[in-house]
Design a protein around this ligand. Sequence first.
Ligand SMILES: Nc1nc2c(ncn2[C@@H]2O[C@H](COP(=O)(O)OP(=O)(O)OP(=O)(O)O)[C@@H](O)[C@H]2O)c(=O)[nH]1
Ligand SMILES: [Mg+2]
Length: 427
Amino acid sequence: MKVRTFHVKSMHEAIRSIKDTLGPDAVILSTKRVRSWDNGFGLLGGSVLEVMAAIEDDAAVPEAAPLLGEDEQTRAAVTPAPMVPAEESRFQKTLQGAMETGKEQSRPAARQVPGPSRETRATSTSTHNNGENQGATFQSFQRVYEDLLAQGVEHATAEACLRELRETLVEQGSAQRNSSLQLLRTVLLDRVSTAGPLLSAAGEQKIALFVGPSGVGKTSTIAKLATHYGIVEQRSVALITMDTYRPAAVEHLRLYAEVLGIELSVAASCEEARAAIAQAREAELILIDTTGFNPYEPITAQRWRGLLNGAYPMEVHLVLAAGTRVPDLVVSTSQCVDVPGLRLLFTKLDETAGYGGIFEATHRTGIPLSYWGTGQRVPDDLVQAQVDRLGDLLLGGQVRTPATGTTQAWERHTTPTFVPGIKTYAR
Ligand SMILES: Nc1nc2c(ncn2[C@@H]2O[C@H](COP(=O)(O)OP(=O)(O)OP(=O)(O)O)[C@@H](O)[C@H]2O)c(=O)[nH]1
Ligand SMILES: [Mg+2]
């Protein structure tokens, strides 16, 4: 049986595509509406119809060796699944579909070969051996899929990655377990991008604005960056706070400014902030703090927007806590997704064991990750975001230990590779 999935705008288009691709005898197995990620988060994008259709393959084709050996098929079928049944069967269906499609796609090649040449026999043996590999791959994919869901990666994302993996495996014609998992990592991480450090080359100047929901760690992150660049790197830094709604907020930053010997300006409006920038323009790095916004009240989320119209190009870092639910990340990000030079800065990675939100936010929007906050210590607990490390966190099987409250994988990845100051991961 040949199974194909179509993403279309209407049922009418689906039927036309199915007929064109599979012919008039094809049957529709399922239809559902799924979000289209093309425009970033689903909020901004629309939805499309996902139609799965199949056709019996009645051509007289010699039976190809099964991609899943019989034993493996039985084992796969009885593997106890920690997923809820509906999720499991959905995944099994996707994966079986993937394997079936691979099997069907390998047939035309066999059909083209009139007799079993030496090369064909060799391929056939290796295909048979691949049956075992496919079985192992099947099971390890299932575990990885469950891990991704547990991390907070969305079903649709995990399935899309799996589909892409399948297509690549089919193209390559083999599926060694290790290389498949490596490939899955690549498939996942191809969807992630990072931005460089705030200041790299000597003499570079940067203005950075930090926005985000309340309590996520905007002011602490600014303190970490100011300490690093001002003290460790000996660069000239200026601070501006637009968070004048609470007197305690100004005092919070003033304390750091005094300790660091850095100038702090207080700006009650975008106009005042622009004047403060003009005054501090000699500084290599100007860091601007803002009042925390309520993502569900767009007016509070837009107070700093007036700054973007000025003569000063700036990097805007949307600060978000790593453990936030994906739907809330979606709403926060939708407040600023159109801002040029936007970066996602995640904090509190030490307070969660689920990194799926980080992955979802960057891959759905294409906005690069800048820094990660990994604790409360200033300036030590700030690292540059790195694609490879996100891969480790997503696929490394991290476990929260109730005894210590720490995340094992996080510690494993951070402790040995950090250098003092703002820590950069060694690759
Ligand atoms: N565990 C942990 N705590 C953090 C991290 N970053 C900040 N915090 C803590 O989170 C709390 C809030 O941090 P702030 O920097 O005041 O957050 P904010 O976004 O400026 O808050 P508002 O100004 O009220 O909007 C403080 O107790 C920080 O020490 C982090 O990466 N990990
Ligand atoms: Mg603050």
